[in-house]
Design a protein around this ligand. Structure first.
Ligand code: CUO
Length: 650
């Protein structure tokens, strides 16, 4: 990286570090003090927004520092978007940087972190910049209250500490068995960054950045979270997650044991709690929206807000339109008519124990993308949405032989290394967890968590090809048996497949051995560098003693690589591995051969600056009904059993 990039990298990490403390980095403070956006209006593309932001700030109308920022709150979001647009439309790095320094000491911390992160992910001049891990920037959203309390105690004593973080709940709560998944800080970061890469409030026209197949990806990424959650449940003798219903009790309660920096504990919900009407959202509203969505699905037609125009959902774009309607994303074809089923449900669940705000409780875990997956209700809600989408997918014709078959290509065999999982310890740096109000210097405090990992493994696919041909290799995995021990039929199992990998490879005529490593997967990312490691690397790179490679497509979204495989069982658990080779000439979208190289986690996260690199529907070929298994199975596919063993004494 050149010095210009290193400087930018360094500044962004500094801006996102110690955000809760005023006047932290002297150089940035100096900029902040002297800077006035109104004196530089010609440095912004969007002058009106800048003026409005400054005016509202002066009038004390913006969310104050220290208060809880809730993206689902329309007013909080409106203000955040003012800041985002001010940052995003700054004409050059210098203006962007100065604006960020200015905002850091003036705007609410949550709004600042979110707006700056989304702007950094999307500005052309900050492409490739690495954000510090979300769990370090905003640790309160990732660790439990007990850790925060002990961290304070350690700081008061001025002693370095490693604090063991337990999962929430007790052995009496069966859901506790898979808390390692829902509470994994990597899964939570993946989910929160996904929603920064694909914000539901994104304005494509205004921002000039198209979000290719956003509605479809909203479905697919969450669908994959559910298939993964279910595979973990079966690994722990729990039945698969059931869908939430508005009129039925929310069976599992949840006690987050997590606290806001200011504003108290996250609200807890007892078992079997019912949905409640809120002041501004009623259960009947959700039901009405859902009724209309179901009608659109069963008729295969959505009604657009533009002159009530009729839009067919039976095209390949149908899923994308439907996903946007359900989320709802700002590009929903008719937000007034179809509402915002999913977003409203997040709010309903987040406020369920204080529906009228009588007790002034802070937002629930469901109201932050950083914390949502901790709550079992998150998976129940998304299962409900997944069922809606399945109704749509099931209404489409099954793939024909021609659509599945690739002439002259045959998969002869698939070999897989031993699949072994285990738990390991991981330390989270708590450098941002504590206020320096007491004037005490920082000490080194870590939170130690348990997390799932697996041994690296490889897959070797032996395939014959009649001629030279580039193919897309699609790898999936699903539990072979259900909770009752029955073998799952393919047409049911297809909806449970976890996508493990997808990549393009050139076959030569004759026999080919395609070898692929688990570390290369298109759904995962490695651990991000910690804030400290990142700063050190940048310092060393500036001094010339280390080098930092710039990856313009660097991704923060992606399932942690250590969670590629579900846990399995001590004595082994059987899964079906499914491999398909499809014709890359038909699949390709961007410039060959880089289609699957845009950031390493394209399958679940798409790309930020290019089109989704696969023309096939997401989840292909398992997304549609399989009415005749013999028709479905073509020579360019391969099914085999594999076993995953969990090693408890790693
Ligand atoms: Cu990701 Cu509901 O969209 O949490």
């Amino acid at each position: 990286a050149d010095n210009e990039f290193l400087t930018k990298q360094n500044e962004i990490v500094k801006l996102l570090n110690k955000v809760h403390e005023l006047n932290f980095y002297q150089d940035q403070v100096t900029i902040s003090k002297d800077y006035d956006p109104l004196a530089h209006l010609d440095s912004y593309k969007n002058v009106r927004v800048v003026k409005e932001l400054v005016k509202e700030l002066k009038n004390g109308r913006l969310l104050h520092r220290g208060e809880i920022f809730n993206l689902f709150n329309a007013e909080h979001r409106r203000e955040m978007i003012l800041l985002f647009e001010t940052l995003f439309f700054a004409n050059d790095w210098d203006t962007f940087h100065k604006t960020a320094c200015w905002a850091r000491d003036r705007i609410n911390e949550g709004q600042f972190i979110y707006a700056l992160s989304v702007a950094t992910l999307h500005r052309p001049d900050t492409r490739g910049i690495r954000l510090p891990p979300a769990y370090e920037t905003y640790p309160h959203l990732f660790v439990t209250s007990q850790v925060i309390h002990e961290a304070y105690a350690a700081k008061m004593r001025q002693e370095p500490a490693v604090i063991h973080m337990n999962f929430t709940g007790t052995v009496r709560n069966p859901e506790q068995r898979i808390a390692y998944f829902g509470e994994d800080v990597g899964i939570n970061s993946h989910h929160s960054v996904f929603h920064m890469d694909w914000p539901f409030w994104w304005n494509e026209e205004k921002y000039g950045v198209t979000k290719d197949r956003k509605g479809e990806l909203f479905w697919y990424m969450h669908h994959q979270l559910i298939t993964r959650f279910n595979a973990e449940r079966l690994s722990n003798d729990l039945n698969e997650v059931e869908a939430l219903h508005w009129e039925k009790p929310i069976v599992e309660g949840f006690y987050p044991q997590t606290t806001y920096r200011k504003g108290g504990e996250f609200p807890a919900r007892p078992d079997n709690f019912q949905f409640q009407d809120l002041k501004d959202i009623r259960i009947a509203d959700l039901e009405a929206y859902e009724e209309r969505i179901r009608e659109a699905i069963s008729s295969g037609i959505a009604i657009s807000a533009l002159n009530n125009e009729i839009i067919s959902l039976n095209s390949t774009d149908g899923i994308n339109i439907l996903g946007a309607i359900i989320e709802a994303s700002s590009n929903s074809v008719n937000p007034n008519y179809y509402g915002s089923l999913h977003n409203l449900a997040h709010i309903m669940l987040g406020r369920v124990v204080d529906p009228l705000g009588k007790f002034g409780m802070p937002p629930g875990v469901m109201e932050h993308f950083e914390t949502a997956t901790r709550d079992p209700a998150f998976f129940r809600l998304h299962k409900h949405i997944d069922n809606l989408i399945k109704e749509h997918k099931d209404s489409l014709l099954p793939y024909t032989h021609e659509e599945l078959d690739v002439d002259g290509v045959e998969v002869k065999n698939v070999e897989v290394d031993d699949l072994e999982t285990y738990f390991e310890e991981f330390d989270i740096d708590m450098l941002n967890a504590l206020d320096d109000a007491a004037g005490l210097p920082d000490v080194d405090i870590k939170a130690r968590v348990q997390r799932l990992n697996h041994k690296p493994f490889g897959v070797k696919i032996i395939a014959d090809s009649a001629a030279e041909k580039t193919v897309t290799v699609r790898l999936f995995l699903a539990p072979k048996y259900d909770w009752f021990g029955r073998e799952v039929q393919l047409d049911v199992q297809r909806w449970k497949f976890i996508e493990l990998d997808k990549f393009a490879v050139k076959l030569h005529a004759g026999e080919n051995a395609i070898v692929r490593k688990s570390s290369e997967s298109s759904v995962t990312i490695p651990d991000p560098l910690s804030t400290r490691a990142l700063r050190k690397l940048v310092d060393d790179a500036i001094a010339g003693s280390a080098s930092l490679e710039v990856d313009k497509d660097y991704r923060h979204c992606g399932v942690p690589d250590r969670l590629l495989l579900p846990k399995g069982k001590e004595n082994g658990m059987k899964y079906t591995l499914f491999v398909m080779l499809s014709d890359f000439e038909e699949d390709k979208v961007n410039d060959l051969p880089h289609d699957y190289a845009y950031g390493g986690s394209v399958s679940y996260c798409g790309t930020i600056n290019h089109k989704y690199p696969d023309k096939k529907p997401m989840g292909f070929p398992l997304d549609r009904k399989i009415t005749n298994v013999d028709d479905f199975k073509v020579t360019n596919m391969y099914f085999r059993d594999v076993e995953i063993k969990f090693n408890p004494i790693h």
